[in-house]
Design a protein. Sequence first.
Length: 160
Amino acid sequence: MSREEAFIKIIKDHEGIIYKIARIYADNTEEQADLYQEIVFQLWKSFDSFRGEAKISTWMYRIALNTALFHSKQKKKRGRNVSLDNIVLKQENYDPVMEERLKILYQQIRQLNDLEKAVILLFLEGRNYEEISAITGLSHTNVGTRIGRIKDKLRKTIKK
């Protein structure tokens, strides 16, 4: 298998990681597509440096989150705000109640700071504390503390 074929297979096998991060850190479909492309580009640039010391998904999350955080900082510098009201969440089994709940959850997650977004996204993905720690650089204990605080913050804002 060539280098390019191996990279394409990895992207296809783990593209959900990229989609989720793009959806959280970008405000609209066009911006999400741009961020997705930028993440893939950064993964390609870093592909030769992957040494296999961590899981491929951990490596991808780290690069994707760093790219999204850089994108977010650049967006803040530009000062552009876009309405989040028209976001469409994709689900195989359409459930309007669940879709509305997810829409509210994602809107509240977007209000968190960048590190909180990363931590809760990884947690919702089902990653354990060790993986979240490896991806974010936080200690295992700090991950647990932050998850608890983020959950409390989300509960309070969603109840309002």
